[in-house]
Design a binder for this molecule. Structure first.
Ligand code: FE2
Length: 289
C-alpha cells in the first residue's frame, strides 16, 4: 500500500496573496493542519501552480510549509510545474521538484531540454513528474522529447508501480466547453504512452475542482485547488471561484485501488465567493453575482 497526499494550486506570490487577494499560504497551513490526523501518508505531491506569480519566493514559501509537514512524517515532497509557475523560479526554489524529508534532492531530472521533468522512487513506487507548462499560456503541452523520455522510463516496471504527476489534465468535462482549450492539448499522445504500463494513476490540478476520467485506460484524477475551488453550481457560462481549500488522499495497492477521496479544510469561510467571470466574453461579474 502507498498513500499519497495530493495537493495542487497553492498560488502563493512573492508578497503572499494571489492576483485575487486570496492568501494561499494561509489556506495551505489551515489545510495541512486539518489533515494532520490522516495516517500512513507516504509522500506529498503538489501538482503545479505553486507560485501565483512564478516567483522563487512563492515556491519557497510553499516548500517551507509542505516541507515541515513532510519532515514531521519523514516523507518526501514532490512538485510539478503549472501554468502560473516559471521554470526559473521553480528551479531556484525546488530544483527538479523531488525533495526528501529533509529537503535535499532525490531521484533525477529528465535529460530533456527546456522542461523540468523528473523521476524518483518512494518505497518502490515510481513517481514521475511531467512539465506541461507553456510560458504565457493557460493550456498545457507535452513535447515529443518529453513523451519519448516517459516511454523510456516506463519501459521497465517499478517494484510497486508508478504514478504520473502533471499540472494540466488530459481530460475535461464535455459540458463545459471552454475547458477543452485550457487543459492538456493532444491528450491521446499521453494516453498512447501510458497504455500497457505499470502506471496506477495520473494526478493533475489546474481546474481547481475535482474530476476523474481515464486516458490510455489509466485513471486520471484532478484534485481541487488549495487556494480556491471552482464552484460548478454556477451557471454553465460562468466560472465561479470560492474559498475552501481541499486535498486528495490517493491509496494505491489496495483491493479497490486506486481510490481517491477528498478532504476539505475546516474553513468557516468555505464557499465564499472570490470571483465570477465569463471565460468566453471576459466579463467579470464578481460584484454583481
Ligand atoms: Fe491554478
Amino acid at each position: 500500500m502507498h498513500r499519497v497526499l495530493h495537493l495542487s494550486d497553492t498560488h502563493v506570490s512573492r508578497t503572499g496573496p494571489d492576483e485575487d487577494g486570496v492568501d494561499g499560504l494561509a489556506a495551505l497551513k489551515q489545510l495541512l493542519y486539518d489533515v494532520r490526523h490522516v495516517p500512513s501518508v507516504d509522500l506529498v505531491v503538489v501538482s503545479g501552480d505553486i507560485a501565483d506569480d512564478g516567483s522563487r519566493e512563492g515556491c519557497q514559501a510553499v516548500c517551507s510549509v509542505v516541507g515541515s509537514f513532510a519532515a514531521e512524517r519523514g516523507i518526501p515532497q514532490i512538485y510539478s510545474t503549472g501554468n502560473h509557475d516559471r521554470r526559473e523560479g521553480f528551479e531556484a526554489a525546488l530544483g527538479w521538484g523531488h525533495l526528501g524529508p529533509d529537503g535535499t534532492p532525490i531521484g533525477r531530472r529528465a535529460e530533456v531540454d527546456d522542461v523540468i521533468a523528473a523521476v524518483s522512487e518512494v518505497n518502490g513506487l515510481r513517481v514521475i513528474t511531467l512539465d506541461s507548462l507553456v510560458p504565457g499560456e493557460t493550456h498545457g503541452v507535452l513535447g515529443r522529447d518529453q513523451l519519448d523520455w516517459l516511454t523510456t522510463e516506463l519501459a521497465t516496471p517499478a517494484p510497486a508501480g508508478s504514478i504520473v504527476v502533471l499540472h494540466h489534465p488530459p481530460i475535461f468535462v464535455d459540458a463545459i466547453p471552454y475547458l477543452e482549450s485550457v487543459v492538456l492539448q493532444e491528450p491521446a499522445a499521453l494516453g498512447d504512452v501510458l497504455a500497457g504500463t505499470d502506471v496506477h494513476a495520473v494526478l493533475c490540478g489546474h481546474l481547481h475542482h475535482q474530476l476523474s476520467g481515464t486516458i490510455g485506460q489509466k485513471p486520471v484524477w484532478v484534485t481541487p485547488g488549495v487556494i480556491t475551488r471552482i464552484d460548478l453550481t454556477a451557471p454553465s457560462a460562468l466560472v465561479r471561484g470560492v474559498l475552501g481549500a481541499s486535498a486528495t488522499v490517493v491509496d494505491l495497492g489496495g483491493p479497490f485501488s486506486p481510490t481517491f477521496h477528498t478532504l476539505h479544510s475546516r474553513d468557516p469561510h468555505a464557499g465564499s465567493e472570490v470571483y465570477v467571470y465569463n471565460p468566453i466574453t471576459g466579463e467579470d461579474t464578481t460584484e454583481s453575482a
